[in-house]
Design a protein around this ligand. Structure first.
Ligand SMILES: [Zn+2]
Length: 94
C-alpha cells in the first residue's frame, strides 16, 4: 500500500502532490465517506470531508483509494483519493 510520507503544501482544497507517481491526491476522513446522488446531474456520487480543510468534496462513486494514513491531530483514519475522481471535474450539469 502506497503511503505518502508527509503532507505537502496544498494547491486545491486539501489536495497534495503524491510523491510516488505525481498524482494529485486529496486526504479525506475515512468515516465521513457516504453515498449520495448529485443534485445537479443525478449521478451516483460519494461525499467525503477533507481532513486538512474540513471542506466537503463530491467524488465519483467507487473512487479508488490511493493509500491510507492516520491524521496526526485527531488520530482518525484517513484515505487518499485522486483529484481525478472529484465529481465536480466531470459533472455533466455544468
Ligand atoms: Zn453531477
Amino acid at each position: 500500500m502506497m503511503e505518502p510520507a508527509t503532507d505537502k503544501p496544498f494547491s486545491y482544497q486539501g489536495a497534495a502532490k503524491d510523491r510516488e507517481d505525481g498524482q494529485t491526491v486529496i486526504r479525506v476522513f475515512l468515516d465521513t465517506k457516504h453515498e449520495a446522488t448529485c443534485r445537479k446531474c443525478g449521478a451516483e456520487v460519494e461525499w467525503a470531508q477533507v481532513a486538512r480543510t474540513r471542506k466537503w468534496i463530491l467524488f465519483n462513486r467507487g473512487a479508488s483509494s490511493r493509500g491510507k494514513t492516520m491524521d496526526r491531530d485527531t488520530s482518525r483514519d484517513c484515505e487518499y483519493l485522486s483529484h481525478d475522481d472529484v465529481h465536480w471535474n466531470s459533472c455533466s450539469a455544468d
